[in-house]
Ligand binder design. Sequence first.
Ligand code: NAP
Length: 520
Amino acid sequence: MNTHGKNIIGNNLSAMGTSSFNAYDVASNSLLPTKFYEATTTEINAAISLAAEAFGEYKNKTGKEKAAFLECIATEIEALEMELIETASKETGLPLARITGERGRTTGQLRLFASQLTEGSWVNAIIDNALPERKPLPRVDLRQMQIAIGPVAVFGASNFPLAFSVAGGDTVSALAAGCTVVFKAHPAHPATCELVGAAIIRAAKKCNMPEGVFSMVHGISHQVGHALVTHPLIKAVGFTGSLKGGKALYDAAVKRESPIPVYAEMSSVNPVVFLPEILTQKAGDLAEAFAGSIVMGGGQFCTNPGIFLLLKNESSTNFIQLLTAALTAKPSVALLTNGITDAYYQGITHQRNTEGAIGLTAFDANTPQPHLLQIDAQMLISNPSLTEEVFGPSSVAIIAKDMDELIECILHLKGQLTASLHGTADELKNAGVLVDLLQEKAGRLCINAFPTGVEVGNAMVHGGPYPATSDSRTTSVGTQAIYRFTRPFCYQEFPDHLLPDALKESNPLQISRLVNGIRL
Ligand code: NAP
């Protein structure tokens, strides 16, 4: 199936619109030939209607059938071989090796969710058997489990063309939950999107999934995204991208006649706190490792450490000098899009123009070089804009005169995906207050480690208080992401044959369940 810039509406291709755009070759700074057709309202409505029809059948597929579908998607993605790697690299400017690694993460993620479905206990089955003899009132038979929420609209980000895109974490967790998906292709990597979208359709056909289990629409204007989240048949939204985009879509969704949950994973500056003694002992190693974390992926990671806090003393002065040298030695990189490049220059210019801020590395508004800025703690406290994400390879050193001032800075921070704390074993023994405060601010706290590099597993939390996400109760990475697209449902006084297998008395799926308050 070569989609040639068309929208994937169920099992059909469609290009009814007149608005079109081209993909971009980042390295040669030129347009690529294929035209992509923005979806019309008719096409968007058709994709959503199919998703709603397919939901009735798809949600009732067994865990093993859905697992086979996810595994088949992974196999189809691998079968795209170098065509996928080269296309994604061309559209994003990210090196082939990085895209190859991201493909492994994406297929690994699909297989991880497949194993979660095959095992089956994720549905959180809870059984309270009837107690007819209970006094003063008998208890009825009640059984609960998680069920799929409905058709989901998914938006991917430009910086992860595979792992946070068409078959990325949001799509796979929604499909695993039993939801059908309408995906909004990212205009920064539309050809990559269409290769993966077609792979999902091939897998759906091979696994006998209903038409409409997955559709994908293109769009360069915001109307496409708004039409998706405001459509009455869409029951939840998964979004990864900018704060501006996520907030706009969240606001649109909550204003609907029937509001729906929006899981928007947005911006974060991932503060890193360095305690003094560790800087005395390991300044060189830490400066090298921290510089590597700042520039990883061109700094275009949601977990990029955009600010760090230290106490004013000799060890921090030495560390900052070493870090400045390490960052200066790093090459500049082409950022993902012209929009991101312009935003990077504007962000750095704003930081450097702030009275009292010291630019430690060179700045050239034509080359996206790694950048380091230094400010005093009081500047952060009085000017919160200095803690906003500047997407790219930059970080801001915040110098506090003492621990009270450093703590005051932490209190002024907004919600974050991650926070990190570096200290010696002795320093960490007395770090309870810092740990408590950082925990209030973030979804993940790293001790003597940097936040970049997000493991896809069962225990990962990739989430956090606003504006890191629109809902701090969840994660967008790892198997727990499935619960964003489910809701609890209670079966009262059901005869056994009408119950789903997960709740039948004989436990035919052999899953772990909470029966009358006891975990079995
Ligand atoms: P983006 O510009 O917000 O784009 C994401 C998607 O949302 C695109 O499809 C975009 O379509 C759409 N969109 C954006 N604004 C919209 C609006 N007002 N109305 C309707 N649709 C809208 O984000 P990006 O530049 O691709 O990604 C970079 C950002 O993502 C960074 O801030 C990064 O930190 C964040 N990110 C976060 C995570 C996380 O897990 N928290 C992971 C990766 C990236 P159009 O392009 O057509 O506008």
